[in-house]
Design a protein around this ligand. Structure first.
Ligand code: SF4
Length: 467
């Protein structure tokens, strides 16, 4: 399905006028002020995102001048995603501390014979324990996201919720630590890669500074195949000590559910390691690939021969070419599906998502977002301090329970100043992730769209008027 341009005031590649910039807010359906170019280096995440829905990738990575100073579109603060991020960062921090503890042992013999459990315990003692690390990472995570305007209205609540989750996140970190052998961990990250950010340009710069990796275990290793135009980052890379390559291994931590694509991701890392001419000039091969899900370690068959590696490279080359082509024209194609749209945090800007034909095409009501409503509404009048009567003008592709033309009661939580300031009689808005409550006497016979902590609302601005 092809997408019309999102409702962009001042959209396209031209600069946004200063007056328009001052008026731009994240709480509108305005699209990017300029669309992104294809990524200079491809990564597994970028490839997967573009293949899933090119428009979603472009909306997330476009420029939004006047909205905020960050890159791309501010991401929605999904609690589960932030919790997974916190676990991952805490784990990285502990693993680095284990490397530092091992490095401080008096000699190579002591380091070689160190009990991994003792190393982990010493590292955790130096950090104040797993809970202390998690608490620090929660604070830092919220602090880093303070500039994100989509987080502002709920930052305090999200921070409090994450702090409450720390006791439940602690065993998840422990599970990972129980399953990895860190006895040969090198301090810090890979030489030359220590300050590498996830940005492709940084990877290119850093790649010119790196040295070959000596035998040992390394955390957060950037892997680059400049010829293929790809980079990745292995959570743990073990470089074998012998002349053979039987010991080389790559391990990736996953805080979410297992997905079939994770195997492909590890095979990509195996290819990048084999072809990273700076870190691995001998062309060693990773023979063991593991995805660690916390409670389970899944072994992935590694590409063994040149032919296997060439096969991965060929598949990557073809998929990369298609992905680049998909985001080269603007706006890119929308590819609506239950899987893609359910977690799409830019769906308020996506014309395809609001087309009745898309809703009809996503046929299975079992796949719809049960009791979670995305609706475009016209606010008719304010009913109470925290409630408004509205008419539904459009329904999101995955929403059920409600139809166009229905009168509904929008109800915010008491003292929700954010919605209180945003919703005005006469405004047209897209409300995303509202909770559906059936009509009752108490609601004046109207079905209720309840605005919860995770609901967002965006004022519809059209291309011509900017209203
Ligand atoms: S709502 Fe669906 S079709 Fe639209 S950008 Fe998001 S994932 Fe793509």
């Amino acid at each position: 399905m092809s997408a019309a341009a999102p409702e962009v005031a001042g959209g396209g590649s031209s600069a946004t006028p200063a007056s328009a910039m001052a008026e731009r807010s994240v709480w509108t359906t305005q699209g990017p002020t300029s669309w992104p170019s294809p990524p200079p280096l491809m990564s597994y995440t970028a490839l997967r995102d573009i293949e899933t829905c090119p428009l979603r990738w472009a909306l997330r990575h476009g420029e939004y001048a006047g909205v905020w100073t960050g890159k791309g579109y501010p991401s929605a603060p999904a609690g589960a995603t932030i919790a997974g991020h916190v676990v991952h960062v805490a784990l990285e921090r502990i693993v680095r501390a284990v490397g530092a503890v091992r490095h401080e042992l008096p000699n190579a013999h002591a380091a070689g014979n160190a009990d991994p459990m003792v190393l982990v315990v010493d590292a955790l003692r130096s950090l104040g324990g797993i809970s202390a690390v998690l608490n620090i990472v929660v604070r830092e995570t919220i602090g880093e996201r303070e500039m994100n305007p989509r987080l502002w209205p709920r930052a305090t609540e999200i921070a409090a919720e994450l702090q409450r989750q720390v006791p439940a996140l602690r065993p998840r970190v422990q599970q990972f630590l129980n399953r990895v052998d860190l006895s040969r961990l090198r301090p810090g990250r890979d030489p030359g890669g220590a300050h590498v950010s996830g940005r492709a340009n940084s990877e290119v710069r850093a790649n010119s500074e790196v040295r070959p990796l000596a035998p040992g275990v390394y955390a957060e290793v950037p892997l680059v195949d400049a010829g293929l135009g790809w980079y990745g980052k292995a959570d743990l890379l073990r470089v074998g000590g012998g002349t053979g390559d039987a010991d080389d291994a790559i391990l990736d931590f996953k805080t979410g559910q297992p997905k079939p694509d994770h195997a492909f991701q590890l095979r990509i890392y195996a290819l990048l390691w084999a072809r990273d001419a700076r870190r691995n000039p001998a062309g060693r091969r990773a023979r063991k690939l593991t995805v660690l899900y916390g409670d389970a370690a899944v072994e992935i068959p590694a590409p063994h021969s040149d032919r296997d590696l060439d096969g991965v490279a060929q598949e990557l080359g073809e998929r990369t070419e298609h992905a680049r082509a998909a985001v080269e024209h603007h706006p890119p194609l929308a590819r609506p599906s239950c899987e893609a749209c359910e977690w799409c945090d830019v769906r308020h800007m996506c014309p395809a998502y609001w087309e009745p034909s898309t809703r009809a095409a996503i046929t299975s009501s079992a796949d719809r977002l049960r009791h979670r409503i995305d609706a475009g509404v016209q606010i008719l009048q304010q009913q109470g301090t925290w409630s408004w009567v509205a008419r539904v003008r459009e329904v999101g592709a995955l929403s059920d329970e409600i139809s166009e033309g229905a009168r509904v009661l929008l109800r915010a939580r008491p003292h929700d100043e954010h919605f209180g300031a945003l919703i005005r009689a006469g405004a047209q808005m897209r409300v995303v992730g509202a909770q559906f409550v059936t009509a009752s006497e108490e609601s004046g016979g109207l079905p209720v769209l309840s605005l919860t902590r995770s609901t967002e609302a965006f004022v519809i601005r059209d291309r011509c008027s900017g209203e």
